[in-house]
Design a protein around this ligand. Structure first.
Ligand code: HEC
Length: 133
């Protein structure tokens, strides 16, 4: 009996450990992978912010925050920068999307908040210098 179960058990253990292995590799990849402005950050901002903050739209008109280019994002609003390279915690962009400051003022306005993964990408990008990469 036990000799018939053994191969199955081994197979099970193998599969389980393979899956565990894959998971760690993935976690490591996302931790060490360099965040790219063009590939990671810009698409999030285009998806969640551009419908109001592209040049000429209400959010852009009201605040001066225009999502069109890296430079316009770095220029921030009429009252100043919203990205402080190297410090997400002091960057309005991160504070707004993560709802860390005042939950009444979050972006996007009255819409579903960003997913944790997207917020994390923005944090990592700012913390690693907010490069145009
Ligand atoms: C549905 C439209 C809409 C969307 C989507 C939107 N905004 Fe806004 N945003 C506005 C408007 C309108 C204002 C003007 C101020 C206000 O009414 O609160 C504003 C204001 C701002 C301000 C200035 C806030 C301040 O305190 O000065 C920033 C920064 C900002 N938005 C960033 C973003 C970011 C980043 C996103 C995407 C995650 C986003 N917005 C998505 C409409 C929008």
């Amino acid at each position: 009996m036990s000799t018939r179960i053994a191969p199955l058990a081994i197979l099970f253990i193998l599969t389980a450990s393979l899956t565990a292995c894959e998971k760690t590799e993935q976690a490591e990849k996302s931790e060490h992978r360099k965040i790219s402005f063009a590939d990671d950050v810009a698409p999030i901002i285009q998806k969640h912010c551009a419908e109001c903050h592209a040049a000429g739209l209400p959010g852009a008109m009201a605040t001066g925050f225009v999502t069109d280019t890296y430079q316009s994002i770095m220029n921030g609003t009429l009252s100043g920068q919203i990205v402080n390279p190297g410090s997400a915690r002091t960057s309005s962009l991160y504070i707004l999307v993560s709802g860390k400051d005042n939950l009444a003022v979050t972006m996007p306005h009255g819409k579903k908040p960003l997913e944790t993964g997207d917020i994390e990408i923005i944090r990592a990008w700012i913390d690693s210098g907010a490069l145009e990469n």
